[in-house]
Design a binder for this molecule. Sequence first.
Ligand SMILES: [Zn+2]
Length: 268
Amino acid sequence: MQDRTATNTNLVVFNREGIKRRMTELIPLYAKAGFKDLDLNFCEMMNPQSILNTEQAGAYIDKLMQLKKEYGLTYMQAHAPYPRAGQDPKEMEEKILKAIFYAKEAGVPHIVVHPIKGNIEENKRYYSNLLEKSQNIILAIENMESQDEIFSMRDIRAICSICPSRLKALLDTGHANILGLDIQKEIMEAEGILVGTHINDNKGKSDEHLLPFMGNIDWKKVVHALRDAGYEGFMTYEAMYYSRSLSINDTDMVIKKAFETGIRLQNL
Ligand SMILES: [Zn+2]
């Protein structure tokens, strides 16, 4: 496993004032706090007003690349937008394919694409279509948080079998915890196919996306299982709700706390 904790660019995207800031504004703050490895949050494309849905998208990606160079960062993961109830599937597919294109432009090795609601066979068809329409990037399938979705690493492994070189798994620790799954077992089940993580905590009841040690996940067990499974990737925060009741003025403190928590995780 990598010995530095990474973060999604959405770590401090929410604040009590509801002030919105773009990735390009937040990346320098993460870099200055010590984060070197970032997961680009293309979920912001779900907002119709996102710059990524406009003609300025190319310039925005250029700016991301400039920041990467300026601060010596790696963009080690990206997150594609995902469907919400009532959304036109064609329109969603266009957005996901665009996000895949941007991720490739930014040199990201794999992008997280949520499974669709449905069974393994329906998901095999869904991913095989996406694979056909995109080249040279790994699609990481995330475990979801409810029983009527794809939630286990066993099911993800079954979907990956249609194209083992380009379909891999991503573990969201919080999702597994809500369902009461044994996270260690899930990690072992994903051995060899796990390329990424969404590291977040909760109290086992709702999808709180808190920092580790704020919920009831046994982090020592998780970290040791990742190492034992020969996982080569990062522990990457997807803990964006930890800061939403705090002020935008607390941003530096919020990032610092996350960075220090990352060191604590690595030392378990
Ligand atoms: Zn997640």
